[in-house]
Design a protein around this ligand. Structure first.
Ligand SMILES: Cc1cc2nc3c(=O)[nH]c(=O)nc-3n(C[C@H](O)[C@H](O)[C@H](O)COP(=O)(O)OP(=O)(O)OC[C@H]3O[C@@H](n4cnc5c(N)ncnc54)[C@H](O)[C@@H]3O)c2cc1C
Length: 470
């Protein structure tokens, strides 16, 4: 019997899964999940994401058992134990080939290379597939043969070169004959340093993800380009947790867009094509992590910004973390994340810019805080977003473009609805006053005064950037 081992990681689905489909085409399949809690924690993932991951594995186990595919579960704590754990399984079950889908951050790539090397030494075939992106990193390059550091040319090249074959959905495995291998019971999560947030908002599994996608495209997709910047409106897909752990694939998203949009990705409905663009941003940052691996080592993409004089300001950082900056939109956003594990994209930009520009606090502190609290925490997108906001990254906001949080609030939460939802003390105020509550009412409202003055903070950030020599 030609037993195939599929190692599932952040690709927790049976539909359109390249490694799983390739394995099933070759022989009976055993699946394995290696839980690496200590490593995930050292990567900054918090209880919310780890809990979602665990629930995703449980949902996957159910789906696999419907196909008679047993799911083995091992606790390895750290990535360096992966080769041995997989080899042990391969020997015990007489596996002829290992299959997995690539992940792109540096530690994950190192782990996977160590696994490939170990299997090679042992004489067992092993194969990694590029599944999470349409173009394998290194295959979509600039005219000079380098990785793109700017999004627009990347997305143009993506659209120019994308083929039907890249978007074709992989078949789910057929029901296989029962193997003499039992699935492992899934262990409880050990106590983590925090309680998971937002369980109710984020039921796990590919059925939920597919349902989210269908509802988004049916009711909101065509309005996406006009609604996506308003946090008080449910205008975006909220698929990020599912995409981050592969409970849905980018191909499933793109195919669904094409069937709504006359077969097109670049032309047609403005809402749908704008949404496609966001999926390309996701892919862009995965390529950036491979092409510019220093970003995976806590380094800024723009070398000269290494010298930036970030401020030590623990009190300011604490106020930002807790949503007590005195800027209602910033505070509402932080409270949304702490409660639900998710934050609207516009607000990720506003809060990240507030920390890195208004408070002039090192973006890496904010990046780590987001990672610890987001249910969709994903290294490439999070690092890309933070370096964008801090003006240290690929194609980032120019340093002099500093969002005024009050103007952003008036523009994107015009009726202060979002603020009222997350900072209920301010709901008592008339809508227009919620953006900047009157000073004489702060004590009564039990709401802090702004911890920095926008104009002065902006000038301080500009000075810090101007002091850098390019
Ligand atoms: C500071 C900062 C930190 C971020 N951290 C993360 C993170 O850890 N994980 C994460 O998935 N996204 C992150 N993003 C990107 C973006 O904010 C989220 O993907 C988006 O808000 C998720 O909501 P949605 O699923 O409704 O997105 P939609 O607007 O419906 O977009 C669809 C999908 O496209 C992808 N996407 C959208 N915008 C971006 C983007 N700017 N960069 C990369 N991919 C994108 C996501 O997978 C998203 O689910 C971050 C952005 C910033 C500015």
């Amino acid at each position: 019997m030609d037993v195939q081992l599929v190692w599932l990681r952040s690709d927790l689905r049976i539909h359109d899964n390249t490694a799983l489909a390739a394995a099933a085409a070759k022989g009976p399949v055993i699946a394995v999940f290696l839980r690496s809690i200590a490593q995930w924690q050292s990567h900054g993932h918090g209880a919310t994401k780890i809990d979602f991951w665990a629930r995703g594995v449980a949902a996957l186990k159910g789906a696999l058992s419907g196909l008679n595919i047993p799911l083995l579960h091992r606790d390895i704590d750290r990535f360096d134990a992966a080769p041995q754990a997989l080899l042990d399984i391969a020997r015990e079950h007489h596996v002829t080939r290992l299959h997995f889908n690539h992940e792109y951050p540096l530690d994950e790539r190192r782990r996977d290379q160590a696994v490939l090397d170990a299997f090679k030494r042992e004489g067992i075939a092993a194969h990694g597939y590029h599944d999470a992106v349409a173009f394998a990193p290194g295959t979509l390059l600039t005219g000079k043969g380098g990785y793109y550091g700017v999004f627009t040319p990347f997305s143009k090249a993506w659209h120019r070169q994308i083929s039907a074959e890249q978007l074709e959905l992989r078949d789910p495995p057929e029901v296989q004959k029962r193997l003499p291998v039992e699935s492992d019971p899934l262990p409880e999560l050990p106590p983590l340093d925090d309680n998971p947030a937002g369980r109710r908002e984020w039921p796990a599994g590919e059925e939920t993800a597919a349902d989210h996608l269908a509802r988004f495209l049916r009711f909101r997709g065509r309005h996406y380009s006009v609604q996506r910047d308003f946090p008080g409106v449910r205008g975006t897909s909220e698929l990020s947790p599912y995409l981050a752990l592969g409970m849905i694939s980018h191909r499933q998203c793109l195919q669904a867009v094409m069937s709504e949009n006359g077969g097109h990705l670049a032309d047609g409905d403005a809402g749908l094509t704008t949404w496609v663009n966001e999926l390309i941003w996701r892919e862009f940052y995965q390529h950036v992590a491979v092409g510019f691996p220093e970003v995976c080592r806590h380094q800024p993409f723009q070398e000269h910004t290494k010298q930036l004089a970030w401020r030590e300001d623990d009190e300011g950082f604490k106020a930002w973390c807790e949503g007590r900056t005195g800027y209602p939109l910033v505070d509402a956003a932080m409270r949304q994340m702490l409660t639900t594990g998710w934050m609207h994209n516009r607000l990720r930009m506003v809060t990240a810019m507030f920390l890195s520009k208004h408070l002039l606090i090192d973006w890496r502190r904010g990046e780590a805080f987001f990672m610890r609290h987001l249910v969709d925490g994903e290294f490439c997108a999070n690092n890309g977003g933070w370096q964008w906001a801090a003006s240290t990254g690929t194609d980032s906001a120019p340093y002099f473009r500093i969002f005024n949080p009050t103007t952003q609030s008036k523009r994107f939460d015009p009726d202060g609805e979002f603020i009222a939802r997350w900072v209920p003390a301010l709901a008592e105020l008339p809508a227009k006053a919620r953006h900047a509550p009157p000073r004489d009412m702060l004590t009564q409202l039990d709401y802090p005064a702004p911890i920095v003055d926008h104009k002065a903070a902006r000038a301080r950030a500009l000075d810090a950037f101007k002091a850098l020599s390019k």
